[in-house]
Design a protein around this ligand. Structure first.
Ligand SMILES: [Zn+2]
Length: 155
């Protein structure tokens, strides 16, 4: 369910969003009620609804069109150790919404998902996100089983 043109736009904008690495337990469930914040569209300051999960400073943006308005949440990722180099962050996910875009999401929020930090963004809705979370829990259980078969690490 990736859209190449939008994917490029998503990556460009997403990299402008402040990155915060959060543990899964630190993620706050999204609020259902939006708050009004100021945004600048065609030089005009207007009030737009923005969700508690959004980390975009809309007042710092100058949008050419209302359809360019996007909300992004904080990124979460799983750092995985590698043989060489720094840990690689995988399963990067964040809330996203283009409220005035005419696309397959009809302006509704979704989860943007990158398997690796390579810019290949998949957009998933609630059922798919919940199914993936189930798969990740099952994978963690399988990893626990592997770890249980190892001898204790030397002190
Ligand atoms: Zn917002």
């Amino acid at each position: 369910m990736t859209h190449l043109v939008k994917e490029g736009a998503l990556v460009t904008v997403a990299h402008d969003v402040p990155t915060r690495q959060l543990s899964v337990s630190a993620v706050t469930p999204p609020s259902a009620s939006p708050r009004l914040v100021a945004a600048v569209v065609r030089g005009q300051r207007i009030a737009i609804p923005c969700f508690d999960w959004c980390v975009v400073d809309h007042t710092a943006e100058s949008l050419a069109d209302l359809s360019d308005l996007a909300h992004y949440g904080a990124r979460i990722s799983l750092p995985v150790p590698q043989f060489s180099g720094a840990p690689e962050h995988v399963l990067i996910a964040y809330m996203a919404q283009w409220p005035f875009a005419r696309d397959e999401h009809r302006g509704l929020p979704y989860v943007a998902l990158e398997a690796c930090d390579d810019g290949d963004v998949t957009e998933i809705r609630k059922a798919a996100a919940q199914a993936l979370a189930d798969q990740i829990r099952a994978h963690a259980a399988a990893l626990d089983t592997l770890a249980d078969q190892l001898p204790e690490s030397p002190a």
